[in-house]
Design a protein around this ligand. Structure first.
Ligand SMILES: [Mg+2]
Length: 266
């Protein structure tokens, strides 16, 4: 693998690539998305799997705790659930209009010269819909999502044949790094989930815990909000000082503007 062919080996930034989780990293799902998701999963458990209505919420919590998602848990328990049907039921009916455009985030992302990749456990439709609502769908080079980590699911003849892989499983993380074709030692992984961050650190990634006040053991950085990225990790923008690339000076002034705007608005 030729890592140097990607972008910025001449950069003095420690990062050639940034991997961003989506939900609760680039926006807060507390605006009604998480609540809608919980309700849709409960409805799926009742309407499609036949569980009693009063058992659905606790079952959802148990499945998430033990298997990483309700879909993964249901399939592991032998329910032959089609992933596309599940996703269109639980994600397809979410109130996406609650996600508002985030111009500050857009400016921030566009000022980052390195490769930027979405790395989410969600399905591709949800990722695209959320990114579009945020107004940042054109800010990323690649989306690594549920379908990327589970490419053979549609070929399975039994629910057990291909166990669902999701962050923080090491297998899922390794697939993502292979598909992204990045050197973990020169990549920054940003996620709101402590376990995902720990898995990233175990594979050698630089890690940032987003949406929290206190750093976890495996996080190199902690950001209360993704908007604080430039203040907390300014080394993303550090470039070789002897370069005459006009993009670089533009990037620096953009970063100054971001820092100023964020400080004033804080
Ligand atoms: Mg998340």
């Amino acid at each position: 693998m030729d890592y140097c062919s990607k972008t910025s080996c001449k950069s003095s930034s420690p990062f050639d690539c940034l991997l961003f989780d989506l939900d609760d990293t680039l926006y807060s799902s507390k605006i009604g998305i998480a609540e809608g998701l919980r309700k849709n999963i409960d409805d799926f458990l009742v309407e499609k799997c036949g569980f009693p209505e009063n058992k659905a919420p606790s079952l959802r919590v148990e499945l998430f705790k033990n298997y990483g998602s309700s879909l993964a848990g249901l399939r592991a328990l032998g329910y032959d659930i089609d992933a596309d049907d599940y996703h269109s039921f639980v994600h397809g009916r979410l109130p996406y209009d609650l996600i508002k455009p985030d111009s500050h985030l857009r400016n921030l992302l566009r000022s980052i010269p390195q490769r930027k990749i979405i790395f989410t456990n969600s399905d591709r439709n949800h990722a695209i819909m959320s990114l579009k609502r945020l107004g940042i769908e054109d800010c990323f080079d690649q989306i690594i999502c549920f379908e990327t980590m589970n490419p053979n699911l549609s070929k399975s003849t039994t629910p057990y044949e291909f166990p669902i892989l999701l962050k923080p499983s090491m297998d899922a993380m390794k697939i993502a790094l292979r598909v992204a074709d990045v050197d973990p030692l020169r990549s920054l992984f940003l996620d709101d989930n402590v376990r995902n961050v720990a898995a990233g650190k175990a594979l050698g990634l630089h890690t940032a815990l987003v949406g929290k006040m206190v750093k976890s053991k495996e996080a190199d950085y902690v950001l209360e909000h993704i908007h604080n990225l430039a203040q907390v990790i300014p080394e993303i923008w550090v470039r070789a000082t002897d370069s005459s690339d006009p993009r670089i000076s533009r990037t620096r002034s953009e970063m100054d503007a971001i820092l100023t705007a964020t400080t004033v608005g804080a």
